[in-house]
Design a protein around this ligand. Sequence first.
Ligand code: ZN
Length: 218
Amino acid sequence: MNAVRPAANAPVADRRAAIAVRQTIALPMARAGGATPDLVTFDGLDRPDDFALVFPRTGTGAPWVRVHSACLTGDLFGSARCDCGPQLDAALAHLAHHGGALLYLHQEGRGIGLRAKIEAYALQDQGLDTFAANESLGFPPDARDYHSAAGMLQALGIARLHLLTANPDKVQQLQKAGIVVESTLALEIAPTPFNRDYLEAKRKRFELFSQALLSPRR
Ligand SMILES: [Zn+2]
């Protein structure tokens, strides 16, 4: 049942191609308006517990997709330090209504893990923003990787999609990996006194990233 898994140092494209659907079960949910998506697990992933929730399609054309990086404090406990919980709820509501897929990727804290994220929170309390805090701990400002997401999408038969995101880095990584992003839709989250600085730091960074994409390389 398990496909032979390429070594960790194998080319990204080979590792992506080895990702296959392992199992599909119905998941009746208390959230998402009581929807019952399919929960899909995969073989061949670097993070074996990443999974997809696939909601029945209501139309034709490319499906809606949310690629969501896990945030235990936000997703599970509704932490107001970030906007992950409301983003997840908004994405689930959108997908329950329109159909499509949510990929849940275990790359907590922009990919640095829960303990380091809490250390970064302490630095943010001293005035650093979410990206600078990760850097001052010796991590990249954003270590999240979406190559496995492309493999999961391929395994689900999704080659073209509409993406629920405001993150240009996510769009670029998926497109580089061969997924066609037909359009994007940002999930609008109302700021709170606790996450205002966090949302502002993200907005500024995405602006800089978009400008870098548009300006010609020298
Ligand atoms: Zn979060």
